[in-house]
Design a protein around this ligand. Structure first.
Ligand SMILES: Cc1cc2nc3c(=O)[nH]c(=O)nc-3n(C[C@H](O)[C@H](O)[C@H](O)COP(=O)(O)OP(=O)(O)OC[C@H]3O[C@@H](n4cnc5c(N)ncnc54)[C@H](O)[C@@H]3O)c2cc1C
Length: 618
């Protein structure tokens, strides 16, 4: 049966916003009450009596966790007039966000316009949906896509310089929409931390883990904090935002939900131990996608980071310690991670040839780091690696047969032109970066119970929430992690600052009108109106070696012909793409067609050029 998604036509119904939230203690918070004051009604999330605490502080918004989601929530709540206290478990702010690549996808940004990239949210949401085969929550996905551009603009307002990456199509992205922060995750997070510290509405407490939520009459009224890792204090707040991330650093929870990744190299935030999720569950919150995660399948322990995944895409193979190839190597980095870990010793070899190494800009770094084994023949390489020569030779023979016939025993469809030596090998394992499951929320981050009602006073943002990458397993579109942290940091921060706890209502996003999951037609609006005028149009796209320029003929509102005017691609690779792509564009009357295996960059360059040409025809 054909799957469908519904297209968003109405923006969220924001119920209960701007409801005249009384800012208890807004002028003079934090307020210190007398030590030992007894609040008999207070409980923890488990229903037990509140622990003894020495002091009570009061604020408008309490943020638990100081990574990307927490910092964004705090800055946004302050922007909206709230006093905020942010508590961080460990000695420094930043969590996984500060060690991330700082790469955030968004469609329709000024950076894309300046680079001549035509993109839209419909294409963006399809890329997000694809890894889960359209099974994750559509209101979350549309919320993310609709707010991503605003996040890039907000980051820039915070002083973070965001540049569009146009020389690399990231795994899972069908268009150039990845924006990288100057200084990557560290540069981006340091800017935000500096703004946080300068904001006089925000108090930050380091080394001060939240140890439980404070519950009064079923609502969350703050949290108990181990201030400076010593005395327990109560921080009372109108609203509390959980920004404690997922459970990638909690072995017990990994064993329960994601056992296949327990042995992964833990490239995780040390504070991601999952207590925020558990507190929510204690209060009856629904959780979802707890088996989903993001890993990376080509991590070098000796190097302390991932190696270039493009080595595989350019024609490298993976061979396990028994000398066998075990997977189609042309998969996403996250998808490869459980497959690598399923091999003996959790380690495998990446084997590639000189032609491939010459295109690997970091190859010399690998040589300098001493992680490369080199040999003139596959037999010699096997001997140096202590692998069974016959088995490795058989694996390579099988791969060579795939190159010759286009049929691979492991269903690989992208092959190099040849696999001639000399050869190189490097040892890799897989890492785990973050988990993708967590508390179910509405579209502004208010935590929901299984019956769909709110846990009053409790919000979630970032990795502590239900993700939208996949319902289980390693499916992931590059950039989902930071998007979730920033988009929901913004939404939860604003909602928490502007909504009184007792007046909060579930915020829903309305959908109407079913549309096909299949690729959208370029010549029709969603209502079926023709938008392209007959004529001849020129457009430019980016190929592997530079611009590809095309001339598109539109007749009777249909794409009649595409002519290549200029290109500087490798001749054989471009020729392999040119005719099939143009034929497919004309036959399907759309620029969005399947790329030709082995000529992906040229294929996408032609498509982008046609898309840009058709833009002028609207
Ligand atoms: C190496 C690496 C590279 C990545 N690169 C990218 C990328 O380029 N693009 C992308 O989109 N995603 C990337 N990700 C994923 C992304 O970094 C995360 O999804 C995102 O940073 C999560 O943000 P967060 O605020 O929810 O969690 P975090 O940034 O981890 O912050 C959570 C914070 O909460 C604190 N905390 C936890 N429990 C408590 C408690 N009880 N009390 C107080 N504080 C607590 C933690 O100590 C931590 O500081 C990467 C991840 C890794 C590990």
């Amino acid at each position: 049966m054909k799957k469908t998604i519904t297209r968003l036509i109405a923006i969220s119904l924001i119920l209960g916003m701007f409801s005249g939230c009384s800012k208890e203690g807004a002028e003079e918070t934090p307020v210190v009450e007398s030590p030992g004051q007894v609040e008999q009604k207070l409980k923890t999330s488990t229903g037990e009596d509140a622990p003894d605490y020495s002091e009570t502080l009061t604020t408008d918004v309490l943020v638990l966790g100081g990574g990307g989601a927490g910092i964004t929530s705090a800055l946004t709540a302050s922007e909206n007039g709230s006093k905020v206290i942010l508590v961080e478990k460990i000695a420094y702010l930043g969590g996984a966000t500060i060690i991330s690549g700082g790469i955030v996808p968004a469609a329709g940004t000024k950076q894309q316009k300046e680079a001549g990239i035509v993109d839209n949210n419909e294409l963006f949401v399809r890329d997000i949906f694809r890894p889960s085969s359209y099974s994750v929550r559509k209101d979350l996905v549309y919320t993310i896509a609709e707010n991503a551009k605003g996040v890039i603009e907000w980051l820039e307002e915070q002083g973070v310089v965001m540049s569009l990456i146009t020389n690399n199509l990231f795994y899972g992205q069908s268009n150039y929409r990845m924006h990288i922060a100057e200084g990557s995750g560290a540069g981006m997070t340091q800017k935000l931390i500096s703004n946080l510290n300068d904001d006089e509405n925000i108090e930050v407490m380091l080394n001060s883990p939240a140890v439980e939520l404070a519950i009064e009459d079923g609502a969350v009224v703050g949290a108990f904090i181990h201030k400076n890792n010593s005395e327990t204090i109560l921080i009372r707040a109108e609203n509390t935002i959980l920004a404690t991330s997922g459970f990638a650093a909690n072995k017990e929870m990994l064993e329960e939900y994601i056992p296949e990744m327990v042995d992964a190299y833990p490239l995780v935030a040390p504070g991601a131990t999952g207590e925020g999720i558990l507190w929510g569950q204690n209060l009856g919150a629904e959780v979802a996608n707890m088996k989903a995660y993001q890993g990376h399948g080509v991590f070098s322990e000796e190097l302390g980071r991932s190696v270039d995944l493009n080595i595989l895409y350019r024609g490298g193979i993976l061979v396990n310690m028994n000398g066998h190839r075990f997977t189609n190597e042309h998969k996403g980095y996250s998808e490869l991670s459980p497959e690598v870990l399923a091999q003996d010793t959790n380690n495998v070899y990446m084997i590639f040839n000189k032609a491939n190494a010459e295109q690997t800009s970091q190859f010399q770094d690998y040589v300098d780091a001493g992680i490369i084994t080199e040999a003139n023949s596959i037999d010699e390489l096997s001997a140096k690696l202590n692998l069974d020569q016959k088995k490795v030779a058989a694996s390579v023979e099988d791969f060579l047969n795939g190159i010759k016939t286009g049929q691979d025993s492991l269903n690989r469809t992208l092959f190099p032109e040849h696999f001639d030596g000399p050869y190189y090998a490097l040892k890799i394992t897989a890492d785990l970066r973050h988990t993708q499951g967590g508390l179910v929320t509405d579209v502004v981050g208010q935590v929901l119970k299984s019956d769909g009602t709110l846990i009053k006073g409790l919000y979630a943002a970032g990795g502590v929430m239900e993700g939208f990458s996949d319902t289980a397993g390693p499916g992931y579109m590059s950039g989902n992690g930071l998007l979730q942290a920033f988009v929901f940091g913004r939404l939860a921060g604003k909602q928490a600052a502007t909504t009184k706890r007792d007046e909060a209502k579930v915020v829903v996003m309305e959908f109407e009108k079913e549309v096909s999951e299949e690729k959208p037609s370029d010549t029709e609006t969603p209502d079926g109106d023709t938008v392209f005028k007959d004529g001849v149009y020129e457009g430019t796209g980016k190929g592997y070696h530079g611009d590809i320029k095309v001339k598109v003929l539109v007749e009777n509102s249909k794409i009649k012909n595409v002519e290549i005017l200029e290109q500087s691609e490798t001749e054989t690779i471009f020729k392999a793409a040119e005719k099939p792509i143009i034929d497919s564009i004309v036959a399907n009357n759309t620029y969005s067609v399947d790329a030709v295996t082995g000529s992906t960059k040229s294929s996408k360059g032609i498509m982008m050029a046609v898309e840009n040409a058709l833009e002028s025809a609207k």
